[in-house]
Design a protein around this ligand. Structure first.
Ligand code: AMP
Length: 119
């Protein structure tokens, strides 16, 4: 567990910044995005501070797998599981992707039909 004072999502993990938590487990926390882009917009973050998907190493394999399992759990809780409505998973990496929070997070988006490319 990181205690990075300058990282917003580490502060959410520490309970210092409020968030609407949807699910959590040993490796992850899932909470609602503050500016939702879809009826369901949940962020799944690792408890371990990893900057973004461009900084994942083989040592993070268990944590990254746990993020995908957590996303499935969120989708089930939100009624948008794969065999129901389905959902979109997004990870933004760096400037061109408009990655704004430098703590790895998986966007779980659903509850509406998605366009491509995203608007
Ligand atoms: P990204 O642009 O991929 O780095 O995503 C960062 C996301 O974090 C954006 O969708 C923001 O709306 C969201 N966000 C920023 N601050 C908060 C917060 N305090 N609680 C929940 N979501 C947040």
């Amino acid at each position: 567990v990181s205690a990075d004072e300058d990282c917003l999502f580490c502060r959410i993990l520490a309970g210092e910044v409020p968030a609407e938590v949807v699910a959590q487990d040993e490796h992850t926390l899932a909470f609602r995005d503050i500016a939702p882009q879809a009826p369901t917009h949940v962020l799944v973050i690792p408890r371990r501070h990893i900057t973004n998907a461009g900084h994942v190493s083989a040592d993070d394999a268990e944590v990254v797998a746990a993020m995908l399992v957590a996303a499935q759990r969120v989708a089930e809780l939100e009624g948008i599981a794969a065999e129901e409505r389905g959902f979109r998973l997004v990870m933004n990496v760096g400037a061109d992707a408009l990655n704004s929070v430098p703590h790895l997070h998986l966007h779980v988006l659903g509850g509406r039909s998605m366009s491509w490319p995203p608007g």
